[in-house]
Design a protein. Structure first.
Length: 216
């Protein structure tokens, strides 16, 4: 066993432990932090597989944007953890079969790979091919996306654009009791109509004290 394989098994073990921490942690903030740690370990594994572009995207997008958003939402919302956990058992009938199916799929892939029945594009018993020092995984991925997979990429972009527009439309719809800003009315307002200067006569301290003494 060489050094890259040792690193792979080490980071894989830490990744599995982090994933278990996401599930069993009682604090939502701790679960989110465990998930961030799991993403970092996944990025390291991608680096070991010479897929540096996917590793950087995983760190920048998921850790730098999505998980930070999750942490802000979890910390700002008043989440009743006890109420959430009280209803978890009602979904056991769906979660247990899915978990068994995932374990079966992973085990079948590992078993088939161990018996050399399928090599996933590699020669039997061989390791992933190593590339030259000037090889760029980002360039190779870009060439595939914008040549062979150009139409699926454009289709995915259109679907995401439709989803963004739909989310904005659903958010901006008028609901009863909703307070909205009229930007045009705010810009067109005159300063004289918004501020009224009132001149108040000065009151001597002794006179004010004498008036307050006579009050009950």
């Amino acid at each position: 066993m060489n050094f890259p394989e040792i690193l792979f098994y080490l980071f894989s073990l830490v990744l599995v432990a982090s994933a278990i921490g996401v599930i069993i942690s009682r604090n939502p903030v701790h679960s989110a932090l465990f998930l961030v740690f799991a993403f970092f370990n996944s990025a390291v594994i991608w680096m070991l597989l010479e897929a540096e572009f996917l590793a950087i995207v995983l760190v920048l997008v998921y850790v730098g944007a999505v998980m930070v958003l999750f942490l802000f939402v979890v910390m700002m919302l008043d989440i009743k953890v006890e109420e959430l956990r009280s209803g978890l058992t009602s979904y056991a009938w769906l979660g247990v079969p899915i978990a068994i199916l995932v374990v079966f799929e992973i085990g079948s892939v590992v078993w088939v790979k161990a018996n050399d029945n399928v090599t996933l594009g590699l020669s039997s018993g061989s390791s992933p091919a190593t590339y030259a020092a000037d090889y760029s995984n980002t360039r190779a991925l870009g060439q595939l996306l914008y040549t062979q997979y150009l139409y699926p990429l454009q289709l995915a972009a259109v679907i995401l654009l439709i989803a963004i527009v739909a989310a904005i439309v659903l958010t901006m719809r008028k609901r009863p009791g909703q307070k909205l800003q009229d930007i045009n009315a705010q810009v067109a307002v005159n300063a004289k109509d918004r501020v009224r200067i009132v001149k108040v006569a000065a009151v001597k301290p002794e006179v004010a004290a004498a008036n307050t003494e006579g009050q009950p």
